[in-house]
Design a protein around this ligand. Structure first.
Ligand SMILES: [Fe+2]
Length: 269
């Protein structure tokens, strides 16, 4: 009998696709095993359908990145050299990233509680999913998938300021009270996941959730969308829905300023 490890909401694109759900569980089990026994990050061996989803997304994202991504992100993506044809394995990207920046990507079975996720960043490890979004909705995923982790997050760890911000939030999450943890989640969400940044007079994508989603990337820069200046005091009071597109975005005034603000906030907790 098959017991679901992965729980998909009723409106999830893969909710009624039993083969997709079985595949998600198979990949989740490999991550659970990794955390039990250690060793090498599991190779998934992506199917031709999964490779097609990768191909369908990365080409369009490349064109959006050329307009909306930061220079440092574009340089980092060149260094990591993702193939537009072949979905890379997390183990290979993690090894390359560790060599380039000291950051590693370890597998996780799905969304986990925020203290566990954030505090792992203090060890320069990001917990990453390895499954891919459902083929019927390549432009958007309601939860992180391998495209989000590799295209959204991995290149950003070649930015020393992102590394420092991640470590800082990670260390703070270790000892934060439940109320402070909610504040840290929101800071992380509105910067590392869905932040925008002003650079050389232009607004650019900072967050992995924007960089890895065609729909979110187009939305974040649409004229009718609300974009507010980032302040810590505003974002810690702004709840979010992790499985919906963002109703508004916050624009920080440069990555160095953002790092200073977050480090100051964390030092006062
Ligand atoms: Fe993420």
């Amino acid at each position: 009998m098959h017991t679901d490890i992965t729980h998909l909401a009723i409106d999830h694109p893969g909710a009624n696709d039993s083969a997709y759900r079985l595949r998600r569980d198979e990949i989740a089990r490999a991550a659970i095993q990794f955390h039990k026994t250690g060793g090498e990050i599991p190779y998934i061996g992506y199917s031709s359908e999964e490779q097609t989803t990768w191909r369908n997304v990365v080409g369009t994202l490349d064109s959006l990145h050329a307009i909306y991504a930061r220079d440092i992100y574009l340089d980092a993506k060149n260094i990591l050299q993702f193939s537009p044809e072949i979905l890379p394995e997390l183990r290979d990207v993690s090894k390359k990233l560790q060599y380039e920046s000291g950051f590693q990507l370890h597998p996780v079975e799905g969304l986990i509680e925020s203290r566990g996720f954030l505090s792992t960043l203090a060890q320069r490890i990001m917990l990453c999913t390895q499954y891919i979004r459902h083929a019927s909705r390549p432009e958007y995923t309601p939860e992180p998938d391998i495209i989000h982790e590799l295209i959204g997050h991995a290149p950003t760890f070649l930015d020393p300021d992102i590394v420092k911000i991640s470590e800082c939030i990670g260390r703070a999450a270790l000892y934060a009270t439940p109320e402070q943890l909610i504040q840290l989640e929101r800071i992380y969400w509105y910067t590392i996941e869905f932040g925008l940044v002003s650079e050389n007079g232009k607004i650019k994508a900072l967050g992995a959730g924007i960089l890895s989603s065609i729909a979110e990337c187009e939305r974040a820069f649409a004229t009718e969308i609300i974009r507010e200046p980032f302040t810590i005091q505003t974002v810690i009071q702004t709840p979010y829905d992790f499985s919906a597109v963002q109703p508004k975005y916050f624009v920080c005034s440069g990555i160095k300023n953002l790092r200073k603000e977050i480090e100051l906030f964390a030092s006062l907790l």
